[in-house]
Design a protein around this ligand. Sequence first.
Ligand code: IPD
Ligand code: CA
Length: 258
Amino acid sequence: MTELMTAIAEIVRAGGTTMRQAFTAPDKPAYSMKGRQDYLTATDGAVEQLVRDAIERHFPGDAVLGEEGGGSVDGTRLWIVDPVDGTANFARQIPHYCISLGLMVDGRLEAGAIYEPNQDELFMAQRGKGAWLNGERMQVSGVSDIKLSTVEIGWSPRIPVQTYVDMVGRAAHAGCSVRRAGSGALGLAYVAAGRIEAYAEAHINSWDVAGSLLLITEAGGHVSDFWTPGGIANGNPILASNAALKSSMQDLFGTPLI
Ligand code: IPD
Ligand code: CA
């Protein structure tokens, strides 16, 4: 592993371990609501601070954007962190959440990692070097029949209900098995690992995708152009697919895949 990936692995493992300790502590994590259907726990802030401190130690001077603390949206080297993705799951004692960390260099993803502490799963990718799950090379699935595909369609109160219902309806009519597991970052990592064929969401934030998108392209899949101007600060729609269903998924969701 390169020095960069070793440091990233150390950082996300430390964050994930903190999260799991809070999740399994006798006093279950208390939560509050940032807004409608938008959960917040003390762990979100604590893990983000841990990541910020570690980046400052390993890579002094690099810029950081975090879901909780905000920050820079540009910089030659920009780290984008979601301390707890799947916060609703975390808060409600559902063991499906992760930490997500991506590094952009000159506006392009250079490295990404997702750590899911309950199953001790570390998904990592570096540009041009490949994608790994716990050290094993990852590859997207080879499923080429949409009627045999599984698609996760993400939801948040940021989008109109009808938009979500239409996406689910189109996918279900096409014969996809549709799911929503509540962590966009993990859903995207599962596309890279070949566990599902596609992930789609009408609007998602940069911290939800920055650790995952490179996993997919380095594992042989395709993603939509999330990083168009404004994507880092305001988010964008996202579509990710295995290679075999690229054109079917593009047509289904009306989003071009690169
Ligand atoms: C949310 C989750 C969810 C996705 C939303 C995100 P959070 O992030 O990733 O699956 O559909 O778009 O906002 O609130 O768990 O950090
Ligand atoms: Ca998130």
